[in-house]
Design a protein around this ligand. Structure first.
Ligand SMILES: [Zn+2]
Length: 151
């Protein structure tokens, strides 16, 4: 039985990511050769060719790069989650890392480009799909003024 839209586990390149998330840790693969983050994970660093790319903890802080509120069903298993906000967050450690994620605990109308964001962990489960997964998702940073835009 398909487990889509849940991630592939067991032996996949992303398994350490999901394992860490279950433990409440947000990790990214970082190249031992050139120290750049390699997101999405790859067997070899696309920047320098290094094969050793360990997973390292990151702060879970970032900025909102873009987002969209999804109101119509794109996939049957998502029906019960509508509406939801999907977005891209750049990481504080390296803004070249763009993490595609769910945006939670936010009024979509109050979101703003470059708004400070922070990671939180949510269990994802879908109607008609066996299993669940803990995923790092993002919400506006506590204490940050919603809608604040740097002039
Ligand atoms: Zn590298």
């Amino acid at each position: 039985m398909s487990t889509a839209p849940l991630p592939e586990r067991g032996g996949s390149l992303t398994e350490p990511f999901w394992q860490a998330a279950e433990e409440g840790r947000f990790v990214m693969p970082r190249c031992s050769g050139c120290a750049r983050y390699v997101w999405y994970p790859e067997e070899a660093c696309p920047h320098c060719g290094e094969n050793e790319i360990p997973w390292v903890p990151v702060s879970g802080r970032g900025q909102l790069f873009s987002w969209a509120e999804v109101k119509h069903e794109l996939y049957p298993a998502y029906e019960d989650t509508l509406p939801y906000v999907t977005g891209i967050v750049t990481l504080e450690e390296d803004a070249r890392v763009r993490y595609v994620t769910r945006i939670v605990d936010a009024d979509p109308a109050a979101l703003a480009i470059d708004q400070p964001m922070q990671v939180v962990f949510r269990t994802l489960a879908f109607k008609g799909v066996d299993g669940e997964v803990v995923a790092p998702v993002f919400r506006p940073s506590a204490g940050a003024a919603p809608g604040k835009v740097d002039e």
